[in-house]
Design a protein around this ligand. Structure first.
Ligand code: FES
Ligand code: FES
Length: 158
């Protein structure tokens, strides 16, 4: 079947089965490989993208359910205010170890800050619990989210 997707502000016509996970459409059809495959069963968060600003697991999102929703991936999250601050904070805190989980982590963090600009540790832990990091970068992730929140609140330069 043919589907028209709005991904990172660009319209893509894709011809795939309707039950194809959005993750594979993004990676294999459109060629956006920043979104990663981890578990395939919504348990690790590596495949996190935004649908109309909400974090979703692309591995369990059939493409036929996306409709006209705006899909945002790690390749474009830096164009949003929250995404840009999160990415800067990630670099400042040197969060990344192997890197595999990190695009999903950043997508979840940006979605969190968009709805909760000053999250507590508990808020951060609750939202980020769905993003697994086998390298154990959690303390730096928490610190980076706090830094991004502080910068967003203070309107400091990107
Ligand atoms: S690959 Fe989607 S949550 Fe793990
Ligand atoms: S940085 Fe290696 S899995 Fe998270």
């Amino acid at each position: 079947m043919s589907f028209t997707l709005n991904v990172n502000g660009t319209t893509h016509a894709v011809d795939v089965d309707g039950d194809t996970p959005l993750l594979w459409v993004l990676r294999d059809v459109i060629g956006l490989t920043g979104t990663k495959f981890g578990c395939g069963i919504a348990m690790c968060g590596a495949c996190t993208v935004h649908l109309d600003g909400m974090a979703v697991r692309a591995c369990v999102t059939p493409v036929e359910t996306v409709g006209a929703a705006a899909v945002t991936t790690i390749e474009a999250i830096g164009a949003t205010d929250e995404g840009a601050r999160v990415q800067k904070a990630w670099l400042d805190e040197e969060v990344v170890q192997c890197g595999y989980c990190q695009s999903g982590q950043i997508m979840s963090a940006a979605a969190l800050l968009a709805v909760n600009p000053s999250p507590t540790d508990a808020d951060i832990d609750a939202v980020m619990a769905g993003n697994i990091c086998r390298c154990g970068t959690y303390p730096r992730i928490r610190a980076a989210i706090k830094q991004a929140a502080t910068e967003l609140a203070g309107g400091e330069g990107r």
